[in-house]
Design a protein around this ligand. Sequence first.
Ligand code: SME
Length: 162
Amino acid sequence: MFDFQPDPDQPKAVLYDDLLSAAGALVAGERDPVANMANIAALLWQFLPDLNWAGFYRMVDGQLVLGPFVGKPACIRIAVGSGVCGTAVSERCTQLVDDVEAFPGHIACDGETKSELVVPVMANDEVIAVIDLDSPSLARFDQDDRAGIEALAQRIAPAVSG
Ligand code: SME
């Protein structure tokens, strides 16, 4: 049994340190990418307040395909360059969106979403997946969240590729 007890009131840097440690413990010794993505999605949901969607899209045959997540059912396939997720792939970099309505081409899977953070997961210099976090609050994510999720993406990349 895993019994992580995040304290959402602690400083974000500490919260993300704890999240990274928990993620490392969860994927240690497990090579199945779907199982690992599923547990990481659950962990993101448990650790980070004020989310309405947390999960993965995977690169499959040149497009993003829905992966393990927590939240409402979402669009299944996203072309590279489309929406926030597809832009993270085409630009190979994090997209931090304070107001999704101001992002050209944003794909509204859940009408409650107001802000979004999408971080590419890289392996062998290729984007293999993205981590997508949605919030019902405007400007929910800041540079600490960006740094924390980028560190997480780097840490888990070997465990979610393959
Ligand atoms: N909003 C995303 C689509 C995925 S959902 O948020 C789960 C986008 O614009 O790419």
